[in-house]
Write a protein that binds this ligand. Structure first.
Ligand SMILES: [Zn+2]
Length: 486
C-alpha cells in the first residue's frame, strides 16, 4: 500500500477512528460475538430466548453512552416482529436539508461447521488484527462504526447533514420485518440524500470498495415424497423410484448440471454495458485473486480443485450478474453411520437460488414453484415451499443508480486519504433486501454500500473474521464521505 495522502482533517478523523476501535469497538464486538443472536429463520425460539433482544439492548446502551449531541435513540418493537434500533442525530450544518441514512443489522447466521480447532462461532478471539467469531463482520460492527464516524466529525467540528440509523434484526432471514418498520418510520426519515449501508464486501483490504450491484435470492425447501415409510432397498429398488432421482429430474428443469447454468431465460437479465466495463477494471486490480481467494480442496491431480472459469472478468460476472443454484441443506437422509440398506421415503433439499440484480425476487419465486411442482415424475408428491411472506417470497437484487459526481469525488478522496489508493467498484453476489426497498422508496438517493467482508473473511462460514485495520479505515472514510454530502 502507498502512503496515504491526507489533509490534517482526514488525519484527525483517522486518529479518532483508530482510538475508538481499539478502546470501545473491539471490546463491544467481542461481547457481541459471544451471543448466539441467530436470525429468526435459524432460531424459531428467538423471541423467548431473548438473545436478539440482548444484542439490541447492548448496542443501544453503547450508542446512548457515547453522548452524541442531540442523538435520540429508540428501540422499536412491532408486534410479532424482531426489534429495530432507530437513531436520529440533527445536522450540524445549517441549511442542509437532506438526510444520511445509515444501515446495519445485529442478527446472525447460524454456526456452520469446520471452525479451526482454536476458534468457534461464539468464542471471540482477537489475533493479528483479525477479530474472529460469528457476526462481528456481518454485520455487528456497523452500528458501532456508524456512530463513531459521526462522533469523529463532531469532535473535529466538521459540519455534516442530519444522520439517521436503521439497525435491524431480521436481515439474515431476508429482512421480512424491515418493510413494516420502514412504513412506520417513513415520515421521520425525511428526504434521504445518501444511504450508507455497511453490510457489504471488499475486493481486497488495500482500498475502499463501493458495491455497485447485489444479487437477489429465492430460497425454500424442495421435497419429493414417494413412500409413506422407508422399505428394504433390496426389496423395492428398481420398482419404487428413488426420491433422490426424482428430485434430480425436477432440478434438471432448473439447472444444466454439466455447466451449472440456469436454464429458464426469465431467471437471467442483460448485464449493463457499464457493469461489464467495471468488471474489467476490477479484474485488472484483483487478477486471479478473484477466484484464488476461496479455500479450494486438494483436487483429483493433487493440485487445487478448479472454479467454473479462471477468466477474472467472467469470474466476477458469474458471481454477481448470473443466477446460480446452491443446495444448502438436506433432510430425509440418515447420518452415514446409521445408513442401512433402506429405500428412503422422501428427499428434501434446501435450495438457495441467487438471482441477477434486475430480476424480481417475488415473481421469480412464484415461477420457480410452478417449474418444480408441475407434472411431477411418477406422480410423486413434489412441493416447493419458498421462504418469506406472501408478496415478498424472494428478495430482489439491486443495481446502483448512476454515481453522482460529488460522491465519486468523495469516495476517491476518502480512499486516497485512508488507504493510499483510489476507490474500487465491485458487484457483490450476496443479497441485502433493504437496498432494493430503499431504491424504490428513495429513487433520488445516492448509495454508499461498503463493508469489511474482504478475502477470507468468510461471513456465513467457519472462521469468520473482522479485519480491524480495514474497519478503522472504512470508519474514517465513511465520516469523510458524510461530510462531503451536499
Ligand atoms: Zn449481513
Amino acid at each position: 500500500m502507498n502512503a496515504p495522502t491526507r489533509t490534517a482533517e482526514a488525519a484527525a478523523l483517522a486518529a479518532y477512528a483508530d482510538e475508538a476501535w481499539d478502546e470501545r469497538i473491539v471490546p463491544a464486538l467481542t461481547d457481541y460475538i459471544a451471543v448466539p443472536a441467530k436470525s429468526p429463520m435459524f432460531d424459531a425460539a428467538w423471541a423467548e430466548l431473548g438473545l436478539i433482544d440482548r444484542v439490541v439492548r447492548d448496542a443501544a446502551a453503547w450508542v446512548e453512552g457515547r453522548r452524541v449531541a442531540g442523538l435520540k435513540l429508540e428501540v422499536l418493537r412491532l408486534p410479532g416482529r424482531t426489534p429495530l434500533i432507530f437513531f436520529d442525530i440533527p445536522a450540524t450544518r445549517a441549511g442542509s436539508g437532506d438526510t444520511v441514512l445509515l444501515y446495519g443489522h445485529l442478527d446472525k447466521q447460524p454456526e456452520f461447521n469446520g471452525w479451526r480447532a482454536d476458534l468457534g462461532p461464539w468464542t471471540p478471539k482477537y489475533e493479528g488484527g483479525l477479530l474472529y467469531g460469528r457476526g462481528g463482520a456481518d454485520d455487528g460492527y456497523a452500528v458501532y462504526a456508524a456512530i463513531t464516524a459521526i462522533e469523529a466529525l463532531d469532535r473535529q467540528g466538521i459540519a455534516r447533514p442530519r444522520c439517521v440509523g436503521l439497525i435491524e434484526t431480521s436481515e439474515e432471514s431476508g429482512s421480512p420485518d424491515l418493510p413494516a418498520y420502514i412504513d412506520v418510520l417513513r415520515p421521520r426519515l425525511g428526504q434521504v440524500g445518501l444511504v450508507v449501508c455497511l453490510d457489504s464486501g471488499a475486493g481486497n483490504y488495500d482500498q475502499l470498495w463501493l458495491t455497485t450491484s447485489l444479487r437477489g435470492m429465492v430460497s425454500g425447501v424442495l421435497k419429493v415424497e414417494i413412500l409413506t415409510e422407508g422399505v428394504h432397498s433390496g426389496d423395492a429398488s428398481g420398482l419404487v423410484p428413488s426420491s433422490f432421482r426424482i428430485l434430480r429430474l425436477v432440478l434438471d428443469r432448473l439447472e444444466d448440471s454439466k455447466s451449472g447454468e440456469l436454464l429458464p431465460e426469465s431467471f437471467h437479465c442483460a448485464i449493463p454495458a457499464a457493469r461489464i466495463v467495471q468488471a474489467q477494471a476490477t479484474a485488472a486490480i484483483l487478477g486471479d485473486e478473484v477466484w484464488k481467494r476461496f479455500p479450494w480442496a486438494c483436487g483429483a491431480d493433487g493440485g487445487p480443485a478448479l472454479p467454473t472459469t479462471t477468466d477474472p472478468v467472467q469470474a466476477l460476472l458469474n458471481r454477481t450478474w448470473r443466477p446460480t443454484l446452491s443446495v444448502t441443506g438436506v433432510d430425509g437422509f440418515p447420518e452415514l453411520s446409521n445408513a442401512g440398506n433402506v429405500l428412503r421415503p422422501y428427499t428434501a433439499f434446501k435450495l438457495s437460488l441467487r438471482l441477477p440484480p434486475l430480476v424480481d425476487g417475488n415473481e421469480a419465486s412464484l415461477r420457480l414453484k410452478t417449474l418444480l411442482e408441475d407434472n411431477a415424475p411418477y406422480n410423486a408428491r413434489v412441493t416447493f415451499h419458498p421462504d418469506g411472506r406472501a408478496g415478498a417470497l424472494g428478495a430482489s437484487g439491486w443495481d446502483a443508480p448512476e454515481l453522482a459526481p460529488w460522491l465519486h469525488g468523495a469516495l476517491d478522496a476518502a480512499s486516497n486519504a485512508h488507504f493510499g489508493a483510489p476507490v474500487g467498484f465491485i458487484g457483490q453476489g450476496g443479497t441485502i433486501p433493504l437496498m432494493s426497498m430503499l431504491a424504490k422508496g428513495f429513487p433520488k438517493a445516492q448509495m454508499m454500500v461498503c463493508g469489511v467482508l474482504g478475502p477470507k473473511s468468510n461471513a456465513h462460514g467457519p472462521n469468520e473474521f473482522l479485519h480491524v485495520p480495514y474497519g478503522k479505515r472504512l470508519t474514517a472514510a465513511v465520516a469523510q464521505v458524510i461530510a462531503a454530502c451536499p
